[in-house]
Ligand binder design. Structure first.
Ligand SMILES: C[S@@+](CC[C@H](N)C(=O)[O-])C[C@H]1O[C@@H](n2cnc3c(N)ncnc32)[C@H](O)[C@@H]1O
Length: 246
């Protein structure tokens, strides 16, 4: 099992973290930035963690992301992958941004994380998914190991099948043991699947908006190294606590 030392988890803005990364050292960049919901995100379960999630316009949000992605690209290996976790508010803008930064031929998948839980509306179909945009650095060289998930048909009962681009993984419910109370914490099952698919064993994952540290814990669980940063002190405290329990 790989070890995530404290020097690999920083309380820092992504933009300040990026230049300190060694050139060509990262196998997999997973970023789950704020979604520009226009509201602050608040913690649950007594956690006072919160983060700002608002930009004056979508153009400001995309410019913020562009600057940070651009600064991170030199750190990625030619075999590396990039997964950007966003939602319906910005996925179309972020896709154009990635086409522009990397080239449309670097696009691999538009993954749907179908999470089930959540509210409904009388005025629209219930929104029950996030968008994860998957790009590579080099279409000839990128690492990919197709993940397998439990088969659902009667005929295949007890067997596995190759995952599709729709990932049915429940979001964390209030009783989930892994829940830290940090806002918008993602499930370990999702990150472990993405890491196994997109980062070679022993490789290095970077999460520059690491929040409660889900990616770092998942990487460690799956025998990968991880580097994380977050601008929030509460996020880094939460991530450290989780990592220290591994
Ligand atoms: C959607 S949350 C990440 C949640 C995380 N994936 C988890 O499972 O806990 C987005 C995170 O981005 C962080 N963030 C916002 N602006 C940032 C910046 N400029 N640099 C680094 N982190 C930032 C926030 O503090 C927040 O923790």
């Amino acid at each position: 099992m790989s070890v995530l030392s404290h020097e690999r988890l920083h309380k820092a803005d992504w933009i300040d973290c990026a230049p300190s990364l060694a050139k060509g050292s990262i196998d997999f960049l997973y970023a789950d930035p704020p979604f520009n919901t226009g509201k602050s995100k608040l913690g649950t379960r007594g956690s006072r963690a919160r983060y700002r999630d608002s930009w004056p316009t979508v153009s400001h949000y995309i410019a913020w992301l562009r600057e940070r992605l651009n600064a991170t690209l030199p750190a990625l290996k030619p075999t590396a992958n990039i997964l950007l976790h966003v939602d319906y508010r910005s996925s179309h803008h972020v896709r154009l941004l990635l086409d522009d930064l990397l080239g449309p031929d670097r696009f691999v998948n538009h993954l749907i994380w179908s999470y089930g839980l959540g509210g409904s509306s009388p005025r629209s179909f219930a929104r029950k998914h996030d968008d994860i945009l998957f790009y590579c650095i080099d279409p000839e060289k990128y690492y990919f190991k197709p993940p397998r998930v439990p088969a659902t048909s009667r005929r295949m009962q007890g067997k596995t099948k190759k995952a599709t681009d729709v990932l049915d993984i429940p979001s964390l419910n209030n009783m989930a043991q892994e829940r830290t109370g940090y806002p918008t914490q993602k499930p370990l099952a999702l990150l472990e699947l993405l890491i196994e698919a997109c980062c070679p064993p022993g490789g290095t994952v970077l999460d520059p908006c690491c929040g409660s540290g889900t990616t770092l814990v998942a990487a460690t669980n799956r025998g990968r190294n991880a580097i994380g940063c977050d601008i929030s002190a509460a996020a880094v405290r939460t991530a450290r606590k989780r990592l220290s329990r591994l």
